[in-house]
Design a protein around this ligand. Sequence first.
Ligand SMILES: [Zn+2]
Length: 430
Amino acid sequence: MKFKFLHPRDEIIEIINRIYQNGMTTTSGGNLSILDEDGSIWITPKGVDKGTLKPEDIVRVLPDGSADGKYEPSSELPFHKAIYNARQDIKAIVHAHPPALVSFAITRKIPDTRIIPKASELCGTVGYAKYALPGSDKLGEVISGVFKQNNNTVLMENHGIVTVGNSLMHAFQRLESLDFCARLTLKANILGKVKVLTNEDIALSQRKISLDDFEFKNHSSKEKELRKNIISLIHRSYFQHLVTSMEGTFSARIQGDAFIITPWGMDRKYLSEEDLVLIDGSKKEDGKDPSRSVMLHREIYEKNPGINAIFIAHPPNIMAFGISGVKFDSRTIPESYLVLRDVPTLPYGLEFSKGENRNINIANIISDTVPIVICENDCIIVTGSSLVQGYDRLEVAEFSAKSIIASKSIGDVIPIGKYEITELEKAFNL
Ligand SMILES: [Zn+2]
């Protein structure tokens, strides 16, 4: 989907549907707007079901203040106007009440985006707006005052969240990333103390890619089949919250040094077969940008001939272990141990540096008996001999982590004992 040519009405509908389907707003809560070139504001209507909104329901508020549409504009129009007046660079606004962010708003605590490099890069520091009556000019004054201090995301005391951007997609990505941070923090705090990254740590994640453009003339039927299968899994993983719109890298080996990988900077929900990037040795498909983790994928394939699929993802439950430093123990149920084996947590940053520059090499740690590693404050790397095996491992890791976190409200986890583990290993030839 190309947002560049979408009418503001259609853009608002597309994004409100994503927010609603992601469980980040209720039928009545939240509102979105886009500032048009002529100064008009396109905004969601007042009191219409967010689950069934249509493009013709979107209201246009002209620069003279008059409204054009079937319904009245959102009652929060005053704060949208105040934000556009406060900052010329803001072209779109999203306001919602996602449950995890509301948890922060009602405990009056600001979520820290420095727990994950991408969230920090996308959202920056979160501003804080004191409570004021919904729909009032006072609320507009308070919120726009915080945006004037160059925040791009603002937590509203006892209310919700506002994010802004140079497009509606940009504002949505910030909302999604911040909601992810909030969910992650809530879960990690159940396990232990959350670790926050420094600015130097965050700068490490800005990797450079040194691959040459190359025009591949032939694409084998195996490659075409793998493209189709990766796309199907990446769409599935988006709906399962295993990846977000901008994060999550999947790759599959075609043969030898050749593999295909997800691109950098493209929305996971709309990816199609032709967006994937073919890599062969030190060459990449011309004109395309592979994921920034491409060199790590290449190294893992080089060192592990039995691995044919790699998934780098950020599911909130398993990542709660990754940001709290608490050891993830897969000996919960037989399936988890058999599928996941021992899952080490590696210190932050190893996944960004080149092999020759580090003492510990991820590609050497990963093996048949260690198919998964958690990279502290960043991601989980899951491998498999096939896409299906790897994807299953990713799901089992997230489900197991979810069970462990949820179990904290009823008692301590009692892992499967040593004798039973030996018995399992014998029975399943591990
Ligand atoms: Zn609200």
